[in-house]
Design a binder for this molecule. Structure first.
Ligand code: ZN
Length: 350
């Protein structure tokens, strides 16, 4: 009961990449960089296990950014000529690559780190991919001129990689869709369908191989960076973005939904819209260096339990921890595990 997992990213060690940045420069290249990425992955596997988490991830140590890490292996994307573009409805500016042709995969994207993760832990493992709608919102399209067509083109590529990750031994494949919280009507209209296309066949592949594969979506209010903190101040006393998207997700084939809870203005009752889904409740704030106490974590779990059945609650972080300091991230992992343990004792589940 009360599995514990991170949303996805963890800080990169200073010897791997610049610290404290969302698009950090690597500190090595070629074979040295490939080795350094796996070394950092091993470090975080151990740190997550030591903290006591039950579901382990690779901490996204092998990708510079959660969207562009995937796009780097896509033909038809021009990384040589990046352009500045407003992303998430112009909330922040980013240097993004251009889509100049119909996209196709040049090969496997995450085989090295996924197999490495599988080889170095006996826990269940979760692997993250960007969702189709969020990819579309983080690339400058010069080819399709149609967001929906572009999203479904990427969904097919994501599906190829997701099926390969399942074959690598990944237990949970999570698609990150922060864009769902920005373009709510479009998310409910076609974003969830594109997501289902990306996840198509994963259950069947898992059943056939004897290793059930779960599918997840992470929807957040973003990393704890200044642009996001300023945006959240404009959202009013109640953040009800989830209300528009959750019914479409509840009706979808996706198994798990990851959402923000602690220190956010999301009304807890919106979780009731996810009946039938596992709910990854954010009990760790990624926009503050203040480390949660186990009591705060357990209190947040208790609040969610008013609307989520015990057996469906997974304790998680609000979002990724990439831009944080390593020491703070390690302390927050421990708080997550200790808080979930306290909640198990409080609610009489083991
Ligand atoms: Zn997030």
């Amino acid at each position: 009961m009360f599995d514990t997992a991170i949303a996805g990213s963890l800080p990169k060690p200073a010897w791997l990449a610049e610290t404290g940045k969302l698009w950090p420069k690597w500190q090595a290249d070629g074979a040295d960089l490939a080795q350094a990425k796996l070394d950092a992955t091993l470090l975080w596997i151990k740190a997550q296990e030591d903290a006591g988490l039950s579901v382990i991830g690779d901490g996204e140590q092998s990708r510079q950014h959660f969207v562009h890490g995937f796009l780097e292996q896509v033909a038809g994307i021009d990384f040589e000529h990046k352009v500045e573009m407003g992303i998430r409805n112009d909330r922040s500016k980013a240097m993004v690559p251009q889509g100049v042709a119909a996209p196709s995969l040049t090969g496997r994207v995450h085989a090295a780190e996924a197999r490495f993760l599988r080889a170095h832990t006996t826990h269940r493992i979760k692997f993250t991919l960007p969702g189709p709608m969020t990819i579309v919102d983080t690339v400058a399209d010069r080819f399709y001129g149609d967001k929906v067509k572009l999203a479904f083109a990427f969904a097919e590529l994501l599906n190829q990689e997701a099926l390969a990750l399942q074959a690598d031994g990944v237990d949970i494949i999570q698609f990150d869709e922060p864009a769902f919280n920005v373009y709510m009507a479009e998310a409910a209209d076609w974003g969830v369908k594109a997501l289902e296309r990306a996840a198509q066949g994963l259950h069947e592949a898992g059943a056939a191989s004897g290793r059930p594969c779960r599918t997840a979506v992470h929807i957040c209010y973003g990393y704890g960076i200044a642009a996001n903190i300023a945006w959240k101040k404009t959202l009013g006393e109640q953040w009800r973005q989830y209300e528009q998207v959750f019914p479409a997700l509840a009706a979808s084939s996706i198994d798990q939904v990851s959402l923000e809870c602690i220190h956010s203005q999301v009304p807890a009752e919106l979780m009731a819209l996810l009946a039938g889904k596992d709910v990854m409740v954010g009990v760790i704030d990624v926009a503050s260096d203040q480390v949660e106490t186990p009591e705060e974590v357990a209190d947040t779990i208790a609040r969610a339990l008013q609307f989520v059945p015990k057996e469906r609650l997974i304790a998680c972080t609000n979002c990724g921890l990439a831009p944080m300091s390593r020491a703070v991230a390690e302390a927050k992992l421990a708080a997550l595990a200790q808080g979930a343990a306290l909640a198990r004792r409080r609610h009489g589940v083991t």
